[in-house]
Design a protein around this ligand. Structure first.
Ligand code: PNS
Length: 258
C-alpha cells in the first residue's frame, strides 16, 4: 500500500500486482455528498466535496490489466507518479530580463508549480533592491497561475527543501554557461542528492542576453527595449535617467503638497 499527495483532506491508496490495480480513495471530512471519481490515464483525479470511501478495480477505473502495464505502473509508483512536481528557479534577477521570462514560461508548462526565488545577497550591491526585483517579477509573472515569486538567502538547496521543490530550473544560453552551471548542479547534488537540476534553453533571440549587459547598456544610456519587459525599461529609466529621476521627485513633492 502506498499513500500519495492529494488535495487537502483526500488520500488514495493503491495496490498494484501483476494481476490487478486496486485503488482506495478516501476523504477525511464529514458530509454525505456523493463521490465523483474520475480516472485520468493511469492516474486518478478526485473532484468532490463530502466523504469518499471507495475501492475499485482496474476494470472500473479504466486502467489496463496486463502484466507489462502492471510493471510500468509499479515503476511510476516508485517515482511518485501522482506527486506534484514543484520546481525552484533561483537567480539574482537584477534586473529580470525577457530571457528570464522566457524560461519562466517554459518552466510553468512542465512543472506543476514554479517558485521563482530571488537571492537576497548581502555581499553584492545590486542595482535594484530586493523588493524592487520582487515587484517587477510579480508583475511579469502575474498571468502564470502556477508561478509565484519569493526571496531567499542561505543555501539554495535548503530553500528548495523548504518549498518542497524536487527540481531546480536553470537556463543555459551558450557553452560558456555550461561549466559554471555544471559545477553548481553537481555541488548542489552533493549537498542534496534528491534535488535534480533541470536545464532549459531560452529562445535563441535571448541567447546573448544577460542582466549584467542590460545594466551596463542602461547605465551608459543605450536602449534595452526588446531585452527586458516594458515595465523594467521604465524602472531602469526611473533609476538611471537623471531627467526621469528629477521629474519623479517633482511629481512626488506636488502629490505631497496636494
Ligand atoms: O542569477 P545568478 O546570479 O546566476 O544565480 C546564482 C544563484 C542564485 C542560483 C546561486 O548563486 C545560488 O544558488 N546561491 C545561493 C547560495 C548557494 O546555495 N550556493 C551554493 C551553490 S552550489
Amino acid at each position: 500500500m502506498t499513500s500519495y499527495e492529494l488535495p487537502p483532506l483526500c488520500y488514495i491508496r493503491r495496490r498494484v500486482t501483476a494481476e490487478s490495480v486496486t485503488c482506495t480513495i478516501g476523504q477525511v471530512s464529514a458530509g454525505s455528498a456523493a463521490p465523483n471519481i474520475t480516472s485520468r490515464g493511469t492516474g486518478i483525479a478526485i473532484a468532490s466535496a463530502g466523504r469518499i470511501e471507495s475501492s475499485f478495480t482496474e476494470a472500473e477505473s479504466g486502467v489496463n490489466t496486463d502484466h507489462a502495464s502492471a510493471q510500468r505502473q509499479l515503476r511510476k509508483d516508485e517515482r511518485g507518479f501522482l506527486k506534484k512536481v514543484i520546481a525552484m528557479y533561483p537567480g539574482s534577477f537584477d534586473p529580470p530580463t525577457n530571457g528570464h521570462l522566457d524560461l519562466i514560461e517554459r518552466g510553468s508548462k512542465i512543472f506543476d508549480e514554479l517558485v521563482v526565488a530571488i537571492l537576497r545577497n548581502a555581499e553584492k550591491a545590486p542595482l535594484f533592491n530586493l523588493s524592487e526585483r520582487l515587484l517587477m517579477l510579480e508583475a511579469m509573472t502575474a498571468d502564470f497561475k502556477n508561478v509565484r515569486v519569493e526571496t531567499f538567502d542561505g543555501l539554495m538547496v535548503e530553500y528548495a527543501a523548504k518549498v518542497k521543490a524536487s527540481a531546480v530550473l536553470r537556463g543555459i544560453r551558450a557553452i560558456s554557461d555550461y561549466e559554471y552551471e555544471l559545477q553548481m548542479a553537481l555541488m548542489n547534488r552533493k549537498l542534496q542528492p534528491d534535488l535534480e537540476t533541470v536545464f532549459m534553453m531560452p529562445a535563441e533571440q535571448y541567447s546573448y542576453l544577460s542582466s549584467r549587459l542590460v545594466r551596463e547598456i542602461a547605465q551608459l544610456g543605450g536602449s534595452v527595449k526588446d531585452l527586458v519587459p516594458d515595465l523594467v525599461v521604465q524602472r531602469l529609466k526611473e533609476k538611471l535617467d537623471p531627467a526621469v529621476k528629477l521629474a519623479n521627485a517633482r511629481n512626488l513633492k506636488q502629490r505631497k503638497r496636494g
